[in-house]
Every structure is written in C-alpha cells, then in structure tokens.
Design a protein around this ligand. Structure first.
Ligand SMILES: Cc1cc2nc3c(=O)[nH]c(=O)nc-3n(C[C@H](O)[C@H](O)[C@H](O)COP(=O)(O)OP(=O)(O)OC[C@H]3O[C@@H](n4cnc5c(N)ncnc54)[C@H](O)[C@@H]3O)c2cc1C
Length: 502
C-alpha cells in the first residue's frame, strides 16, 4: 500500500474562516504543510463579533488561553441574546445560554413551567435562568456550577473584534508552522483529467500547489463556485433580508453581557458591546427599505458616537449545494450564509473544521467520505436555518408589510413539524446533533408568543403547592446567586482588561 496521505494543504483566504482553519489544522495535524494565501487589497468582511458557547471548545482545541484571547480581541462575555419587538412591538425576551430550572423525574423543566404558568404559580421563564438573571443585572463571573445545588452555573460565549480575532489566530497558526503568502489570486490551475485543483496562481505568476484546498475566500467563493461551479441553494424566500449596514460606535454606559437584537420595520438591528467599542448593524430587506432609510434608522438607534462611516454589506441567504466538491472544502462565507441573528456563522466555520478533521481525506478523495461530510454539513445548515426562520415567521406584527409577509410565507417542512409538535403539548425533539437544544427552541417559541394547547400529563404528578415550592426554590437560588456576582465590567477590569484602542 503506497502512502496515500495528504501532506500539502492550501487555504485560500485570511478572514475568520481562513485563520480558524489554519490554527485548527496546524494544531491537530502536525504532519501537514499548510500555506494560507490572502490579499490585503481585497480585505475581509470582519463583522463576525457575536458567538455561542461552543467557541470555547474551538479555542481549547487550538490551545488558546481564554484570558489572553479576551485581552487580545477586546472581548466581553455573552450570556445570550435579548430580542426586542419581535413577536409584537413592546415584547422583550431573552434566548439565554445554559440551563433553565432543572428537570424533575423524566420531565424537563419547561413542562412544569407550562403548567405553572397556567395555574399562576410560575414567574417569567427568565427568572429560572442564571444567565438571564445575571444578564439583566449586568453581572458576570465564570461559574460552571451553583455551589451546593444541582443547578448549572453560567454558560458563556463572547463578543469580540473579528479583525483582532483573525490576528490572534494568525499568531497561533504561524507559531505552529503555517506559512502565509500575501497576494491576489488571478487564476486557478486544474487537472485536465480529474478536474481537481492543482494550484492557485497569483497576479505575479507564482503558482501555489496543493493537494487539498480550503476555500475561505468569502462571498466570492473563488474555488468552490467561480472555478468548480458547484451551485448555490437560495433560501431568500424564507430569509429575505439581503443587506446590512454596519457601524461601530463609542461605548455609552457599561457593556452589557448579552447581544441585543432589535426588530425594526423591515429587519433588525444588532448591538454588540466590546471592551473598546460597540458593534452596530442593521440587517434589512431591500425590497422594503432603501439603504439610505436603513442607515438613517441605524444611526437613530445607536447609543454612542459613531466611530466610522456606515458601510453596506450585501448577501444572499443560502448554502453551497456541496460544501466539499472534488479536492475543495469551502468554509465560512464561501460555504453559505445565514444572517447573524443567532450568531451562528463562526460556529458553522468551527463545525465545518471539526467535520473536516473527522472526515480528513486521503489522496484518493473517497466519494463516500465526501458525501458523508456534505450530508452532515447540510443537516447543520438546515436546522440552524429553521431556527432563524422561526424568529421571523412567528410574529404578530401588523405595522409593516415586511412582517406580514414573513408571517404569511411558507416555511420548511422540518420547521412546520417542530412548531406543530410544540403547539400540541410543548414538546420539542432535538434530532441528531442539531445545534440548538430543546430549551433554546423553547425560549424562542414562547418568546414569539406560540402557546402550546397543553402540557405533558406527568407534570400533574405534583400538587399545586409542591409545584409552587419547586419554582420558589429555583428562583430563590438563582436570585441569590446572581446578587453575589460581580458587575460584568468589574469582572473584566479585574481579570482580562484589554489594551486595544477604539
Ligand atoms: C452583516 C454580517 C454580520 C455578521 N455577524 C456575525 C456575528 O455576529 N457572528 C458570527 O458568528 N458571524 C457573523 N457574520 C459572519 C462572519 O462575518 C463570517 O462568517 C466570518 O467573518 C468569516 O468570513 P470569511 O473568512 O469566510 O470571509 P472574509 O472575511 O470575506 O475573508 C475572505 C478572505 O479571502 C481573501 N480573498 C478573496 N479573494 C481572494 C483572491 N482573489 N486572492 C487572494 N485572497 C482572496 C480575502 O483577502 C480575505 O482574506 C456576519 C456576517 C455579515 C455579513
């Protein structure tokens, strides 16, 4: 048996995706020779600033020290996302990370909560979440468990400066032997027989050869689409927003330990607090709002002084028909785009890398292996897509044609089935390793005002007094624990203040 191992990997693109791939592959597969090509002239998108807790697994994989990472990227802690005006104008709810309440016997907490709400003995869902309660009070500490109880502590992610994160990853990757070439790719050389890519050729004629190519070239999708013409599945009929205006601003007041997602007339606005500035953006649908109008709405709703001119980003929601085609694996924006409502893009990069490591090919590029990768990546994309659509579709707003259209549009069968099952007695089934867990779906379904017709009959096993006691105990522990946490900014100042200028 000859040596069929891949040794030469070329990564095209030095945005978040490119450097994440470089850091992870160099750390996990020391025998690879990895070269990353990026063009300073083209630049990066660089607005991926909000994450979910799984990013901590990625940072651990690449050997990043959490405190050092926070300092170098100006990061703040993130406990969840607060949604304003989504179901109806005036509504506010939180999709908090981590545990809410606790299960009892075979039933998850939310089944007791549904009964408790009916009978007037349960408070708002967020009162049973340490993340939500601490977030509301601008408090934070790293606390994996609540001492002397059976309750989990805080589950955290981060907000960070994407450009600084890419620089940090580059430092780690170069330290692990990744070589970098600065230059613009002008053409691509393919094998006449197999169609596989053999080399990318720079404007100055330099050819960079490889065996496996990772396309992290952003929306342009230089290899996977421009060269291989793989195809793109368009999901704009479900997620019609196609533009964003982004602008950073000075911090005005203490950094909140959560992202804000504020619905507007034809889209929504993010507020992402970093240590040295706040990231703001307005995601909107150009069928309903012009760029000038969207900019005006954004600037009227930021809290501090703008630090730069607003810039426009254009996108088309959907995914590449196959994220892996021939000897090219696309990651990041080259593989597809789901808008940042649930901060899932960086996670999808992480996920693509983890699956690439699991399915790492040999020189034969076995078709069964590639198919398995593509199936798994598609599943992840589709389930996250469904979760994001839910926020738009389950609305009761009648103040603008955009929201009416979102409510009246058809939705994927997989999402329809989830909503229908939930509507019966609040049940949510997490299939396979889909990203969002039951309590995540539950918070958004109830936050968007979908009320199940009933609850599981086993929740009747408790008397009304026992049920009230169950809720009181949890609420008391959560309130007491939150009250003892330091302020979010105080915690950062003590443990991980950054030295980055605005
Ligand atoms: C409006 C908006 C908000 C977002 N918010 C979030 C968020 O809050 N959380 C989150 O997780 N994600 C978010 N994302 C997604 C996130 O920004 C991206 O997933 C992430 O930045 C990865 O981008 P990338 O590396 O794939 O592409 P890019 O950043 O576009 O990088 C592309 C790279 O390819 C190189 N390149 C391209 N063509 C060539 C060429 N011909 N020759 C050489 N090099 C080339 C470029 O130089 C660059 O280095 C957001 C995206 C958008 C559009």
């Amino acid at each position: 048996m000859g040596d069929s191992r891949i040794t030469k990997v070329v990564i095209v693109g030095g945005g978040t995706a490119g450097w994440m791939a470089a850091a992870a592959l160099s750390r996990s597969m020391g025998h690879l020779s990895i070269r990353l090509v990026e063009s300073d002239e083209i630049g990066t998108v660089g607005v991926g600033e909000a994450t979910i807790p799984a990013i901590r697994l990625f940072n651990a994989l690449i050997g990043a020290d959490e405190i050092e990472f926070i300092r170098e990227t100006g990061a703040t802690f993130k406990l969840g996302i607060q949604f304003h005006d989504w179901g109806r104008i005036g509504d506010t709810y939180m999709h908090a990370f981590g545990q809410i309440g606790r299960s009892l016997g075979m039933l998850p907490f939310q089944q007791y909560w549904l009964r408790g709400r009916n009978e007037g003995v349960a408070g708002p869902l967020c009162d049973y979440s340490l993340n939500a309660t601490a977030g509301r009070q601008n408090r934070f500490a790293r606390l994996p468990r609540i001492p002397d109880t059976s309750l989990d502590g805080i589950a955290h992610a981060f907000h960070f400066d994407a450009a600084l994160y890419a620089a940090y990853l580059r430092k780690l990757a170069e330290g692990a032997g990744v070589a970098r070439t600065e230059g613009k790719i002008a053409s691509v050389r393919r094998n006449g027989e197999s169609g596989h890519i053999e080399a990318v050729v720079l404007e100055d004629g330099t050819a960079i050869e490889g065996e496996l190519f990772i396309d992290c070239s952003g929306f342009r999708a230089l290899l996977i689409e421009e060269t291989l013409e793989t195809g793109y599945e368009d999901w704009t009929h479900w997620l019609p927003c196609d533009r964003a205006i982004a602008v950073p601003s000075e911090n005005a007041g203490p950094a909140r330990p959560y992202t804000q997602a504020i619905a507007h007339q034809a889209g929504w606005q993010w507020r992402i607090p970093l240590q040295h500035r706040t990231g703001n953006g307005h995601v909107f649908c150009s069928d309903f709002l012009s760029e000038d109008e969207a900019t005006e709405i954004l600037l009227a709703n930021i809290e501090g002084r703008p630090l730069a001119e607003p810039r426009t980003l254009r996108f088309r929601t959907g995914m590449r028909s196959r994220a892996w085609n021939a000897n090219v694996v696309a990651l990041g924006l080259a593989s597809g785009f789901l808008e940042p409502l649930e901060s899932t893009s960086i996670h999808l990069i992480q996920n693509g890398i983890a699956k690439l490591l699991a399915h790492f090919p040999g020189l034969d590029f076995d078709a069964a292996n590639i198919d398995a990768y593509n199936r798994r990546v598609r599943f992840d994309y589709e389930r996250i897509r469904d979760f994001v659509i839910l926020h738009y579709h389950a609305n009761q707003r009648s103040d603008s044609p955009f929201w009416i259209r979102c409510r009246e549009m058809g939705i994927p069968d997989t999402l329809a089935a989830k909503i229908e099952l939930f509507g019966s007695h609040g049940q949510i089934v997490r299939e396979g390793d889909e990203l969002f867990v039951e309590i995540g779906w539950f918070q958004v379904l109830t936050g968007q005002n979908i009320v199940p017709r009933g609850y599981h009959p086993m929740a009747d096993a408790l008397t009304r007094d026992e049920l009230a006691g169950f809720f009181d105990d949890i609420e008391t522990i959560i309130a007491r624990t939150a009250a003892h946490l330091p302020g979010h900014e105080e915690y950062i100042a003590q443990h991980c203040a950054a030295g980055v200028p605005a």
